[in-house]
Design a protein around this ligand. Structure first.
Ligand SMILES: [Zn+2]
Ligand SMILES: [Zn+2]
Ligand SMILES: [Zn+2]
Ligand SMILES: [Zn+2]
Ligand SMILES: [Zn+2]
Ligand SMILES: [Zn+2]
Ligand SMILES: [Zn+2]
Length: 1771
């Protein structure tokens, strides 16, 4: 609520409150029957005090409880409420119904095996405790209305109870729970319920803004505060409201967003408070601003504070009532009955201030009817009250249902005019009522429910009718009212879901009212019959595409209803008869208008009268729901021994079969003509209609029914007549004349005729063969599904969801597929992460019909091709003959007579004659194949007839007649016209069939047939031989193709390898082959005894841009690697810690928690630096020239210097210069024997550091960096013993004029560029070449990248050197060498300063003042330290006068000592932070190394002032130290390998190296026994160690209350663990509320950060934040803090992964959750149970850990255009 403006007076508590007085007064009023007055007297004082003072919500709640609710509760109870309620609870029968009311987003579960309909759901608790967990269930998220159906015996077929709600007690329905209430309590409760509900309703419906209803006016004058109240509508956009508010009430954008959010969520919000004038002014501005463009302005009211206060209270009162009635069944029943009973008329009329005697009878009715006048949050609360009240009590539910149905028409009318979503309309409660089978049946019987709903819908349809009374939709009509009206179609479906199965269920009243419903339905179907008729365009194309979607949307929504009406009709003979007659009559009337003349038609001497109607120039509609409804009913006639001609079905006004045939036949012909290209000018609207007509979602009640109607008519008519009717409508009468074939006439129309003839034959096949409909053929529903599946899988193997998509669903949204699919197909488990697929079992291929009527043309040819290919590979005949069709039911049996009627035989012979003819203009192979196919069906039928002894069907005799069919077929064997294998094979198959049928009949002619068959196959064998040769050749070709494909795959799979050979670095064998001298000894990388480097030859690389080869050198043209630099928090041990002060951050002392780092990755592609520069400049210019909105690339951001690698399109933002191997850079013969003990070296270093600082102090400089001015080496050596001094000096022997270190200008430029980029990207700062931090970043990025690679290898359990990909090894090598030489292009003074400053962190200094910047030892990351010290130490004493110096790290004694220093410090860190929690005291035999370590451990702890609680065993300690130091050693080995080029020992290539620790120590020339680092090392070292432990900063750090200390070994970070069951996540987010909302509102897009696990309210205005000057969504903001701009999220409701990088880029990925079929369910559309796929999740984890998120996003943006339109920053 908005704050009251300052300076306004507020109410003060001047009233004494005495609860007992109040209760006393109420009691008196109550006894007099005037409780409402009593309450009002109390409310008028206290409500403004509590709700009119703009308290914060907690205080308001507290006050409301104290002054208002508590007194009411106590009044009702007449004692302590808690005690009274618990007594009441005791007499309740434990509820059997869970009734948990769902919040939006909460998971719901439905059992697909046991739910009566899909709206029956369990809450998660009930589901987890039910047996349905083991069934096939569906998971979903609730829209926020509805409740758990657990315990409702009508919702579930079996096991309606979960174990929580199963009650052993018999529920006694006879007991009225009200009778169990104490009488006085019941009296008070009645009075209170009525009065408070009355008050609440009065106030919530109150229309006046300043005045209050009578009796509520405050006694004294109240402060004159007004509020400007803004109401919700669905017309104005969020943005419009926000901009308007900013202007109107002068608030910030943030505040405006908050107001808009409240308005959207609650329906209204105060946006300004003040004087009436102020508010009026604001109102005026808002209305003016929002009424532009003729739109209705936003609704704004200026309301008095007192009115608002009472309304706020009234709303709370509703909630209070809901709470009270949940306390006891008795109270609930009492409340419901009272609210639904008519109160004395007088009260009510007074209250409403009307004297209309027709006022609604009860309070409940008032609420129902007022629904659309209330604002959102009030509606929601009232609906919740309804659900917790009337709907929870079986008795009241019935009463309520009756009341609801009574007002249904009114409620729907108001809903249609309303502008709120359905979910906040009271009409959405219909699902709770109509889906209860007994209630629905009762409502139909008593309230004529079906008629009521349908008539309401028909009323809404009125405005959509055209002049002929048909429905007609207008594309330009944007009004949503019809869409809203369509919700009624769901209601009718709900009401019909459960059909009466038992004959007992049918009463006469139910029959009558159901038939009333049928009549209303027919009325609706009649206005749909003939919708959107189309006429063929012949001249020009249609100018406008006609509207077609409206009709199909209606059809789709009606689909289930039609199925359900038919089902009901099929259950009762009386009903079926009446419905059938009504339908016939309705058809008759709809037909009258379009009756046409008939004309004579003649084919082969057969004459019939047929309707004159030319499809090609008269209007045709494919909306024929009346005809189809009749067809659907017709299927059930046989069950009740009825036929079309039964006397029971006779009505005066009915159509002949021929007339019934007409409309569906016209539709078929129109589609055939479209296939033949005759309707091309009718545009896409027609094609779309035809597409949906056949589509799986519509065909059940469209196409399938039309075919059925044709079959019905075929079974009723004389077969000759039937075919002639067809030919006539297809306009093929002339084609059917033999003379048509004589050449002449227009060739163009011949082609059309041929195609139409093919379509005609196709239709015949369908009518004869499609019998998989229960009622047409003797099949079960399961046979039908099986056949659908078989045909789907004949196209190709399919995943579960693909297959399901191709199958029709029943009104319960089930395909029924699971029941049968395993019988016909085999599920091949997914290969690792892919989808699993269903493969058809071989024995089911014989069910394949190439003319299957549900195939699209594309599917047909695809399946045919697949089947032919399969047969060919198996060496079988390629014929695809008709399978044996199932027998027809007796009702349809007559259809087969088509097969042997005269006209059919005429067509057979005609086509065969044309096939044999030398030249025929109207023959086509397709006609021939279809004829053979029909003959095949005829032969199948003949076999069946023989078996059944049916002599009336005699195809064979007719076919065997002289010059009959058979001989014509025989003549065709070997005919030149048949040059395709499939038709030859089909011919052979037909002849064989003939032979078989003949044998069955033992006809004498059969011998002849067999003979000819033999000759046919003889001829076949010859072609067979030829074909076999061909096939062998083809097979060879195939094998070759396979091999080359395998090669290609191999290359693709091993692209790294091949890339490497083609474009990457390669060593050229050097002349001076030093490689031969591979030392047989163990390789050592450090110290005077280090091994020889083995890469010595120069390296060649090919530029990917100009393809030229180039030797890598310092002096030549520089070569660069494309690279991507990003700031990273992946390794952070302090998630959420921020790089706050980017400009002051000192990167030299990298903290051990690695909270931020700079990571470099590379695709490994090499270019000349100038080639790259040209390419890069080109990209930038091209993009910059484009206007912003036409920017092509979304995948890279040129403002961030991003580009794509020209070869692999990998995301890059810089290049790394390639430096040749370091050993090749230092002068030969540099290796002098130096002998200097560690202690002496340390002495020299300490002196240097101390002296450097001292000198700096003299300068009195303020600058941190210049405080460290390294002193010359001579100063130090002067302080040393002579022999020591000499050797110390030798360590820094500089060669001042050696040319080997020369870098070319290009090289220097690239070195500088990369350093600059790393600095700028790594710290997110502006580039600055002068900053001393530039070089530090260069070194630490090298260290960080190595650490990240090491951790990744460790996490995957891989060896250090064995499995690192070449391009990564190249990258690290380049980084290390870059880090080593970058000091060459830096100011040497800065390098020296950094070195001294770094060392000062470990060297105790006299002056604390200088060391203010250096951190505690425990907080230092030692590997970063090692890297920087290694790179800078050689420069320590460099003379700045000479700039060409050799300052490369070489792995010499100097480096070795530095390594020892760092390792010693690291071991101290490890020992001081040791905290072990494992209790295992697996004491192994005493271990001397462990003993020594233990001694050191205790010593260190003591020095640091710690007393360990428990002392570890020596063995434990040793194991711990080794494992803790290992990551450091591994990183050091990588670093030194690239510095020195000494190949690591073979063991480090081994995945299961058991001696890794030892091997690493030796390679790094460290003692394997670490205790040696502490024992007898010299006094200086010992003193240094002691000084570390005793330092103040360290002791402070270890003290108990200091912040978290990182311990070793450092644990590899990972994405958060996810639950195995996805519903756990849904459940978790259902309790998540928007963190910004005061009343804990739900979040619409709860999104989980997978890095830290935090839940966010994403993609929502409420949680938008300002980030660097622009407004961003919660996820973007979080990624900025959590992942340095990179984020990995799980959007829980959508079940998808969201990746974000920067503010502008992102993409969605499939979630790591799979169903049992190995498929993901992005968007949770299918609802199958989902389980975590570890493999997929690991993949995601790896993406994140290897810093591949930006790259992945770039890649996805490049290839998925839909991602480019998403505004990722708003997520
Ligand atoms: Zn439940
Ligand atoms: Zn339950
Ligand atoms: Zn179940
Ligand atoms: Zn080049
Ligand atoms: Zn590349
Ligand atoms: Zn939010
Ligand atoms: Zn996070």
């Amino acid at each position: 609520m908005a704050q009251l403006p300052k300076g306004h007076p507020s109410y003060s508590v001047v009233h004494e409150f005495c609860q007992s007085d109040v209760l006393e007064h109420w009691k008196l009023c109550c006894d007099r029957g005037e409780l409402l007055d009593g309450l009002k007297r109390h409310f008028r004082v206290w409500v403004p005090l509590v709700f009119g003072n703009s308290h914060d919500s907690a205080k308001e709640e507290h006050l409301a409880e104290k002054y208002l609710f508590r007194p009411m509760t106590e009044f009702m109870c007449g004692g302590n409420p808690e005690e009274v309620f618990s007594q009441l609870k005791n007499v309740d029968t434990p509820s059997q119904i869970c009734g948990h009311v769902f919040k939006p987003g909460e998971p719901t579960y439905s059992c697909r095996d046991c739910a009566n309909d899909p709206t029956c759901v369990f809450c998660i608790d009930c589901f987890q405790n039910s047996s349905h967990k083991q069934h096939r269930y569906r998971m979903n998220t609730s829209g926020g209305n509805g409740y758990c159906d657990c315990g409702d015996t009508e919702a579930w077929k079996v096991e309606p109870f979960c174990s929580l709600h199963s009650s052993s007690m018999e529920q006694n329905d006879q007991v009225n729970p009200v009778d169990l209430l104490p009488v006085d309590l019941a009296n008070r409760a009645s009075a209170l319920f009525l009065a408070s509900l009355q008050y609440a309703i009065d106030l919530l419906m109150w229309k006046q803004c300043v005045q209050l209803p009578g009796g509520l006016d405050p006694e004294e004058t109240v402060p004159d505060i007004h509020h400007c109240m803004l109401f919700n509508d669905e017309v104005h956009s969020y943005d419009q409201v926000i901009t308007t508010l900013q202007r109107a009430v002068d608030c910030s954008q943030r505040e405006a967003i908050d107001y808009a959010t409240i308005v959207d969520r609650e329906g209204r919000s105060i946006v300004k408070s003040g004087t009436e004038q102020e508010c009026e002014k604001a109102k005026e501005i808002i209305e003016r601003n929002t009424s532009r463009h003729n739109s209705k302005p936003l609704k704004v009211l200026v309301m008095h504070n007192v009115v608002v206060a009472h309304q706020s209270f009234a709303l709370k009162l509703i909630q209070w009532l809901q709470n009270i009635i949940s306390k006891s069944d008795g109270l609930r029943r009492l409340f419901c009955l009272l609210s639904m009973n008519a109160p004395p008329k007088k009260d009510l009329c007074d209250a409403m201030e009307i004297d209309d005697v027709d006022a609604p009878a009860s309070l409940m009715e008032r609420v129902l009817l007022a629904d659309t006048q209330l604002w959102k949050v009030v509606r929601v609360k009232i609906h919740q009250l309804l659900m917790a009240g009337a709907l929870m009590d079986q008795e009241c539910k019935k009463l309520f249902a009756g009341m609801f149905t009574k007002h249904y028409a009114t409620l729907m009318k108001e809903f249609i005019q309303d502008d709120h979503y359905r979910s906040v309309s009271v009409t959405s409660i219909s699902v709770q009522i109509f889906t209860v089978p007994t209630l629905a049946r009762w409502l139909i019987t008593e309230y004529n429910l079906l008629h009521v709903i349908l008539q309401s819908f028909l009323t809404a349809c009125k405005q959509k009718k055209d002049k002929d009374g048909r429905l007609c939709f207008d594309r330009n009509d944007r009004s949503p009212s019809f869409k809203r009206a369509s919700y009624m179609l769901y209601d009718i479906k709900y009401a019909l879901l459960a059909r009466p199965v038992d004959p007992e269920d049918w009463s006469d009243a139910l029959r009558t009212n159901f038939l009333n419903g049928v009549v209303s339905l027919l009325e609706l179907l009649r206005v749909m019959q003939g919708m959107d008729g189309v006429t063929r365009q012949t001249g020009q194309h249609l100018e406008f595409e006609p509207e077609w979607e409206g009709a199909f949307n209606l059809q789709l929504k009606l689909e289930d209803t039609l199925v359900l009406f038919t089902r009901w009709c099929s259950m009762d003979k009386v009903v079926l008869i009446e419905a059938y007659k009504e339908t016939l009559e309705a058809l008759y009337h709809s037909y009258e208008t379009s009756k046409k003349e008939k004309g004579k038609c003649e084919v082969a001497g057969h004459t019939t009268k047929s309707m004159k109607y030319d499809v090609s120039n008269q209007p045709i509609s494919i909306h024929l729901p009346l005809t189809r409804f009749l067809a659907a009913l017709h299927l059930h006639l046989e069950k009740f021994d009825l036929t079309f001609h039964s006397p029971e079905l006779m009505t005066k006004k009915r159509l002949d079969p021929v007339d019934l045939l007409e409309p569906p036949l016209r539709a078929q012909v129109m589609i055939a003509q479209t296939q033949a290209g005759m309707w091309r000018r009718n545009g896409f609207a027609l094609l779309n209609q035809i597409f949906f007509y056949h589509n799986v979602r519509c065909r059940g009640e469209m196409y399938d029914r039309d075919i059925l109607m044709l079959q019905i008519v075929a079974s009723l008519l004389n077969p000759n007549d039937f075919i002639v009717h067809l030919l006539n409508k297809f306009n093929l009468l002339h084609w059917a004349k033999p003379e048509y074939d004589i050449p002449g006439g227009q060739e163009d129309s011949v082609r059309q005729t041929v195609m139409l003839a093919e379509e005609f034959l196709n239709l015949l096949i369908i009518l004869l063969e499609e019998r998989y409909i229960p009622g047409v053929g003797s099949v079960t529903q399961q046979d039908v599904i099986k056949r659908e599946i078989v045909h789907q899988l004949c196209i190709m193997p399919m995943a579960h969801s693909e297959l399901a998509k191709g199958l029709p669903v029943d009104p319960n949204s089930e395909t029924g597929m699971e029941d049968v699919v395993n019988e016909v197909a085999e599920f091949k488990k997914p290969s690792s992460t892919g989808k699993g697929k269903y493969d058809l079992k071989p024995e089911y291929y014989k069910m394949y019909c190439p003319y299957f009527y549900h195939y699209t043309k594309a599917e047909q040819s695809k399946s045919e091709e697949a089947q032919r290919k399969r047969k060919k590979q198996a060496g079988e005949s390629q014929a695809l003959p008709p399978p044996v069709p199932p027998p027809l039911t007796s009702q349809f049996a007559a259809i087969v007579n088509i097969l042997h009627c005269d006209v059919m035989f005429h067509i057979f012979k005609m086509v065969l004659t044309r096939t044999a003819a030398q030249r025929s203009r109207s023959w086509s192979e397709a006609q021939f194949e279809r004829i053979l196919y029909i003959i095949g069906i005829a032969l199948h039928e003949q076999k069946r007839a023989f078996k059944e002894g049916n002599t009336s069907y005699d195809f064979l005799t007719k076919a065997m007649k002289e010059d009959g069919l058979l001989s014509k077929l025989q003549c065709l064997v070997g005919n030149q016209n048949l040059n395709q294998d499939p038709s030859r094979d089909l011919l052979a198959w037909s002849l064989k069939q003939f032979a078989e049928v003949c044998t069955l009949k033992s006809e004498p002619v059969c011998l002849e047939t067999l003979h000819s068959l033999a000759s046919c196959t003889d001829q076949k064998t010859e072609t067979e031989r030829k074909r076999k040769a061909e096939m062998a050749a083809k097979r060879r070709a195939r094998v070759m193709a396979q091999i080359s494909k395998m090669q290609r795959n191999f290359i693709a799979e091993n692209s790294e390898l091949f890339d490497q050979t083609s474009t990457e670095l390669k060593t050229v064998t050097s002349d001076m082959d030093l490689g031969v001298m591979v030392p047989p000894t163990f390789p050592v990388a450090l110290g005077p005894h280090r091994s020889q480097a083995n890469v010595t030859g120069p390296i060649q690389a090919t530029c990917i841009l100009c393809q030229e080869e180039q030797e890598i050198s310092c002096s030549g043209k520089a070569m660069v690697l494309a690279a991507f630099v990003q700031r990273s928090t992946v390794l952070s041990q302090s998630r959420g810690k921020m790089l706050d002060k980017k400009d002051d951050y000192d990167p030299l002392f990298v903290p051990v928690d690695l909270f931020t780092g700079t990571h470099v990755s590379s695709c490994g592609h090499v270019m000349h630096h100038d080639c790259w520069q040209r390419y890069f400049d080109n990209v930038m210019n091209k993009e910059r020239r484009r206007p912003l909105r036409f920017r092509q690339s979304f995948s890279y951001d040129i403002d961030k210097m991003e580009y794509l690698c020209p070869l692999c399109e990998g995301l890059s933002n810089t290049v790394i210069p390639i430096v040749p191997s370091l050993p090749s850079l230092y002068p030969a013969g540099n290796k002098k024997e130096v002998d200097l003990r560690f202690d002496d070296w340390l002495d020299g270093i300490e002196k240097t550091v101390q002296n450097s600082i001292k000198e700096a102090q003299d300068k009195e400089s303020e600058d941190d960096f210049s405080l460290f001015q390294p002193c010359p080496i001579s100063t130090i050596t002067r302080m040393m013993a002579e022999s020591v001094a000499k050797n110390f000096q030798l360590l820094w022997e500089y060669v001042y004029d050696d040319a080997s270190g020369h870098f070319s200008e290009g090289m220097r430029e690239m070195l500088k560029k990369f350093a600059r980029d790393v600095y700028a990207f790594g710290l997110s700062v502006e580039p600055d070449d002068e900053s001393p931090r530039v070089s530090i970043l260069a070194w630490s990025t090298c260290a960080f990248t190595i650490q990240s690679v090491e951790q990744n290898l460790r996490g995957e359990g891989k060896s250090l050197f064995g499995s690192i990909p070449t391009r990564q090894a190249d990258l690290i090598g380049s980084l290390v060498r870059f880090a080593a030489v970058c000091s060459q292009v830096m100011n040497p003074d800065m390098v020296k300063q950094n070195c001294v400053r770094l060392l000062s962190a470990l060297i105790p200094c006299d002056s604390e003042k200088v060391n203010k910047g250096s951190p505690c030892l425990l907080d230092l990351d030692m590997f970063h330290f090692l890297t920087i010290v290694t790179m800078t130490l050689p420069s320590l004493y460099v003379d700045q006068q000479h700039c060409i110096v050799n300052t490369l790290p070489t792995g010499d004694l100097n480096n070795q000592h530095a390594m020892q220093l760092v390792v010693t410090a690291h071991i101290v860190q490890i020992l001081l932070t040791f905290a072990w929690d494992t209790e295992e005291s697996m004491d192994v035999e005493s271990d001397s190394e462990g003993e020594a370590l233990l001694k050191i451990y205790l010593q260190l702890q003591k020095t640091a002032g710690l007393t360990p609680e428990k002392v570890p065993s020596p063995y434990q300690l040793l194991q711990y130290v080794r494992s803790a130091v290992m990551p450091f050693l591994r990183c050091a080995a990588i670093l030194y390998f690239h510095i020195t080029g000494v190949s690591p020992p073979d063991e480090l290539h081994d995945h299961f190296c058991t001696k890794e620790y030892e091997v690493l120590c030796r390679y790094l020339s460290l003692p394997v026994n670490m205790s040696e680092l502490f024992e007898s090392v010299g006094d200086i070292t010992t003193a240094l160690i002691k000084s570390w432990c005793s330092s103040k900063s360290l002791r402070d750090r270890l003290s108990a209350n200091s912040e978290k200390i990182v311990r070793y070994p450092i644990v590899k970070n990972d994405l958060v663990p996810l639950p195995v069951d996805y519903s756990e996540l849904i459940n978790k987010v259902s309790t998540f509320t928007c963190p910004k909302s005061k009343d804990s509102d739900d979040s619409r897009a709860p999104t989980m950060c997978l890095v830290c696990g935090q839940m966010l309210c994403s993609q929502s205005y409420c949680c938008q934040k300002d980030l660097e000057g622009s407004s961003v969504g919660a996820a973007t903001e979080h990624a900025y803090f959590c992942g340095a701009g990179t984020g990995v999220f799980l959007r829980v409701r959508d079940c998808q992964i969201l990746l974000l990088a920067g503010k502008t880029k992102g993409c969605f990925l499939a979630p790591p959750y799979l169903d049992n079929y190995g498929e993901t369910d992005q968007g949770l559309r299918r609802g199958n149970p989902l389980h975590l796929c570890e493999e997929r999740y690991s993949h995601l984890k790896k993406l994140w850990f290897t810093h591949a998120i930006p790259e992945t996003i770039a890649h996805n943006l490049e290839f998925n255009s839909s991602f480019t339109t998403i505004e990722w920053q708003n997520l």
